[in-house]
Design a binder for this molecule. Structure first.
Ligand SMILES: CC(C)(COP(=O)(O)OP(=O)(O)OC[C@H]1O[C@@H](n2cnc3c(N)ncnc32)[C@H](O)[C@@H]1OP(=O)(O)O)[C@@H](O)C(=O)NCCC(=O)NCCS
Length: 242
C-alpha cells in the first residue's frame, strides 16, 4: 500500500471521549478512542487474536482459532496494516489518561493503483477462505468510482472485549473515523461488515449499504459458510461532506 500518514497529522491523537453505561450497579466508565501507537502493538494484536478471531462470525465458523497457520497469516497481515499508523484503539480512561485496552479496529488507507493483495495464496486454509470471502464482497463495489475519490479509509477487524460490550463502543470507534478522515483529508470510508452486530452499528452511524454478499455464494468457491451465525456480509460506506 502506497499511502503514508502525513507528518502534519502526528500520531498519538485522541479522537473521542465518552461515558459508557452504568452496568450491574457499577458506575459508568469513561472511555477514549485514540491513535494506535507502536508501544501498544503487541497488546493490540493479542487482543485481536484472542477476541476477534474467536468471536467474528467468519473466523469462528472457519475455526481459525484452532488453525495456527491461519492465525500466523492473519496476524502478519494485521502487522502490515498497522504500519500505516491509522488504526484506532479504545481504552478506559482514568484521570484523562488511557488505562485498559478494551477495543481495537485495524484501519488502513486504500489508494487507487495499490497492487492486488496476494493474501489468498498465503498458508492456512481457513484464512484463505476468510480472505476469499472478503475479496468477493469487496469486489462488488468500486468505491473509488462510487465516491469519486482516489483513496479511502478501510478497516480489517473490529472488536470490543466481551466485558465492555453492550455500550455501542463499536459504533463509537466507527464514528471516530470521521475526525480522523477530516484531519487526514480523506473523504470516504468503506468496510465489509461481516457480523450482524457491526452492520447494525454501522447503520446507526449513517453508513449506507453499497452491496450485500450472501455467504451462500461462497459454495461456488467450495467454501461452506452455512453454519455461520450471520448470513451475509454488507459493504457499507460513507462519503463525508468536508
Ligand atoms: C462487533 C462488536 C465490536 C460490537 O460490540 P459493541 O459495540 O459492544 O456492540 P453492542 O453490543 O453495544 O451493539 C450491538 C448491536 O447489535 C444489535 N444486534 C446484535 N445481534 C443482533 C441481531 N441478531 N439482529 C439485530 N440486531 C442485533 C444489538 O441489539 C445492538 O444494538 P442496540 O444497541 O441498538 O441494541 C462486538 O460484538 C465484537 O467484538 N464482536 C466480535 C468481532 C466481530 O464480529 N467484529 C465485527 C466484524 S465486521
Amino acid at each position: 500500500m502506497q499511502w503514508v500518514r502525513p507528518k502534519s497529522v502526528p500520531v498519538g491523537q485522541v479522537w473521542s471521549r465518552f461515558k459508557g453505561k452504568e452496568r450491574d450497579g457499577q458506575p459508568a466508565k469513561m472511555y477514549q478512542i485514540r491513535d494506535f501507537v507502536e508501544k501498544y502493538r503487541t497488546v493490540c494484536l493479542d487482543l485481536m487474536q484472542e477476541t476477534f478471531l474467536r468471536d467474528e462470525p467468519l473466523c469462528h465458523v472457519l475455526n481459525i482459532p484452532n488453525d495456527p497457520e491461519s492465525i500466523e497469516t492473519i496476524r502478519k497481515n494485521w502487522e502490515t496494516l498497522l504500519d500505516q499508523q491509522v488504526s484506532l484503539a479504545c481504552f478506559t480512561e482514568v484521570n484523562g489518561e488511557p488505562d485498559e485496552l478494551v477495543g481495537f479496529n485495524i484501519v488502513y488507507v486504500k489508494s487507487k493503483g495499490d497492487p492486488d493483495d496476494d493474501i489468498i495464496n498465503e498458508k492456512g486454509k481457513g484464512s484463505q477462505n476468510v480472505f476469499k470471502t472478503l475479496i468477493a464482497a469487496e469486489n462488488m463495489v468500486d468505491v473509488f468510482a462510487r465516491y469519486g475519490v482516489d483513496k479511502y479509509l478501510s478497516t480489517s477487524g473490529l472488536t470490543v472485549l466481551p466485558g465492555h460490550r453492550g455500550q455501542n463502543i463499536g459504533a463509537r470507534i466507527m464514528a471516530a473515523r470521521e475526525p480522523l478522515c477530516k484531519a487526514l483529508g480523506i473523504k470516504a470510508t468503506c468496510t465489509v461488515f461481516t457480523a450482524i452486530t457491526s452492520q447494525v452499528l454501522a447503520a446507526k452511524n449513517g453508513y449506507e449499504v453499497l452491496a450485500v454478499f450472501p455467504y451462500s455464494r461462497m459454495k461456488e468457491q467450495g467454501v461452506d459458510l452455512s453454519r455461520c451465525t450471520t448470513q451475509l456480509a454488507k459493504v457499507m460506506g460513507i462519503k463525508y461532506n468536508f
